[in-house]
Design a protein around this ligand. Sequence first.
Ligand SMILES: Cc1cc2nc3c(=O)[nH]c(=O)nc-3n(C[C@H](O)[C@H](O)[C@H](O)COP(=O)(O)O)c2cc1C
Length: 217
Amino acid sequence: MSAGKIDVRPQWWDNIFAPSSCLVIITTVDKAGRVNAASYGTCTRVCHDPMYISFTCGTSKDTYANVLATGEFVVNVVPFEQKMLDKVLICGLPFKAGVNELDKAGLTAIPSRKLKSPRVAECRSHFECRVEWTHPWVHRLMVCGKVEAVSIDADCITGDGFIVWDKVKPAHYCGMRYADRFVPAYNNPTRGVWRYDGHDDEFRDGENWRAAYHSVD
Ligand SMILES: Cc1cc2nc3c(=O)[nH]c(=O)nc-3n(C[C@H](O)[C@H](O)[C@H](O)COP(=O)(O)O)c2cc1C
């Protein structure tokens, strides 16, 4: 394991993938163990507990072939830093099967904790996923993976298991038509303060709706 990365205890896994969709590099391997990396702007945590992460890929892509061949993938959260955003664009290029995009982009593969697909050392947090199900539609494959291990740079997690926002620096991709544009997803996280003069019979039985969405600190 690389110096500086620590394993996250399972009860905190969900805290670490924040915000719940963000820019990532997904690493996979083919049957021969050759590493592949691809950029994804639309990767989302879709279940808290157990924790599942989902994304879609095109059926002509290496990620598609590798996920179906091996049943695993690793999600690496990309920090909003100029040199990393530059490299993410390289990982999105249509290299031939068997080409390691991490080498092409000047990124470093380090072994994962449980899976064959590597982690990307320069990313701050990593989610190792086994494919739970896939669903093909149009020219795409929806992939849903169960998180099996989470790790993070030691200085990027607080003592109570939340991310240090300005160290993890999660980002969003603006989308294909914006080509090379990104926005930060961590600047000054702002609280929503809500008040609702409701009655219990408006809500599902057993729900403590008055206590919902109030942060503890
Ligand atoms: C910043 C960025 C974000 C991207 N997001 C997505 C995405 O959300 N979904 C997708 O299917 N492709 C996305 N792509 C395109 C893939 O990265 C691209 O098709 C890549 O070549 C796939 O690699 P592969 O063939 O090695 O799997 C994105 C590309 C970039 C540069």
